[in-house]
Design a protein around this ligand. Structure first.
Ligand code: HEC
Ligand code: HEC
Length: 338
């Protein structure tokens, strides 16, 4: 009986994969896969479905410095896959003509689940993010119209737009859709943390990681809320008392938002140094030290940070051990993204 079922299983493996998931076809690799422990997408994917041709176009655009005014700066100059599409080299971003921006380039992960972007939430639709990058004088210094003219006159792009969208008449709208297809595919859900939460790969936390998780749940998760490790809200986490960058208040006009910034996701955070909106902190221990005894009082300081988050050196290390479990190595080497 047992031998017979083994044989049946072997035959079934051959035909069906023996109860495993259906074999993945190349096309499926470029579909959006909803992680079961994540919220539903905030982006309307029906309006811009992810396709292989669209993503490949998006990646080519993302890596193309010719979209910038002096043809020297691509999106990927400031957003590198090896560090979850953050910028490991610059505290403040560096654009065309050696211009220095005012903020640190954030990682680009899981944005399909988010509804506001930039450190101040100043952009409220993912499709509009690249406009700012292309046109900002401290990033790519170009105009949308010139970028589109360049693409239309290029020898490769019209055919790529035809493959992705069925037309070789290039518009800024289609270009932005190609960027969004690529960005929407950038889902990071394959860290050790995810394995443990989903019971995948027999993963389990070490004693220190578990202790770190408990401390994190107690002190950090009200803002850096799982599973995205951001509540998607805004807070002043005590960096300053006078604000050269007004943060959220520059967008809302509300003085109660002065010095509040979008709460960053801590997924892959071990890879995304330097930290904070202006990259002022170089290491994770420095950020823990900040919460421990570096909190600066101001009228808009978050209530839960009024007396800091006192943690022993061991506890700080345990939190960092836990944060390390949020690193998604498969994401950072995923060949679909390059
Ligand atoms: C010169 C460096 C630089 C270049 C080039 C650049 N970016 Fe960025 N990017 C940044 C910075 C800095 C921010 C944060 C801006 C802010 O908060 O004001 C950002 C923010 C973003 C975000 C939002 C992330 C979030 O969580 O809010 C996305 C998406 C993004 N960039 C995509 C792109 C794309 C697509 C391109 C190319 C068209 C591009 N970037 C080019 C520096 C750069
Ligand atoms: C009241 C909300 C709040 C709490 C509680 C909080 N944070 Fe933050 N955290 C923020 C905000 C807001 C920022 C971004 C601030 C900025 O750049 O101006 C941030 C930034 C960070 C960063 C830098 C991330 C990056 O990509 O630059 C790290 C690391 C971090 N927090 C870790 C923690 C840890 C660990 C705890 C618990 C010990 C914690 N935070 C508690 C709101 C909070």
């Amino acid at each position: 009986m047992r031998n017979a079922s083994v044989l049946l299983c072997l035959i079934a493996i051959f035909i069906l994969g023996c109860g495993q998931d259906e074999p993945v076809t190349p096309q499926d690799l470029f579909a959006f896969n909803q992680p079961e422990h994540f919220p539903p997408p905030a982006y309307d994917l029906e309006n811009d479905p992810i396709t292989r041709a669209g993503v490949e176009l998006g990646i080519k655009l993302f890596n193309d410095p010719r979209l910038s005014a002096d043809r020297s700066v691509a999106c990927s100059n400031c957003h590198a896959q090896a560090v979850a599409f953050a910028d490991p080299q610059h505290r403040l971003s560096q654009g065309v003509n050696d211009a220095t921006g005012t903020r640190n380039a954030p990682q680009i992960t899981n944005l399909v689940f988010m509804s506001e972007f930039f450190w101040d939430g100043g952009v409220s639709h993912l499709d509009f993010v690249p406009i700012n990058a292309l046109e900002s004088p401290v990033e790519m210094g170009n105009t949308l119209a010139e970028a589109v003219d360049f693409l239309q006159s290029d020898s490769d792009y019209p055919a790529l737009f035809r493959a992705a969208f069925g037309t070789d008449t290039i518009t800024s709208g289609l270009m932005l859709k190609a960027f969004s297809q690529f960005t929407n595919l950038l889902v990071s859900d394959r860290s050790k943390y995810d394995d443990v939460v989903l019971g995948r790969n027999n993963a389990s936390f070490t004693a220190d990681e578990l202790a770190g998780k408990q401390l994190f749940d107690q002190h950090c998760s009200s803002c850096h809320t799982p599973p995205l490790f951001t509540s998607q809200g805004y807070a002043n986490n005590g960096l300053d008392s006078t604000f050269t960058d007004e943060g959220r208040a520059a967008i809302s006009g509300n003085p109660l938002d002065l010095g509040k910034f979008r709460i960053p996701s801590l997924r892959n955070v071990a890879r995304t140094a330097p930290y904070m909106h202006d990259g002022r902190m170089a290491t994770l221990p420095a950020t823990l030290q900040h919460y421990n005894d570096g909190i600066i009082q101001s009228p808009t300081l978050a209530p839960e940070l009024q007396s800091g988050i006192p943690l022993t050196p061991t506890e700080q290390e345990q939190i960092i051990d836990f944060l390390n479990t949020l690193t998604d190595w498969e994401f950072m080497s995923d060949e679909r993204f390059n």
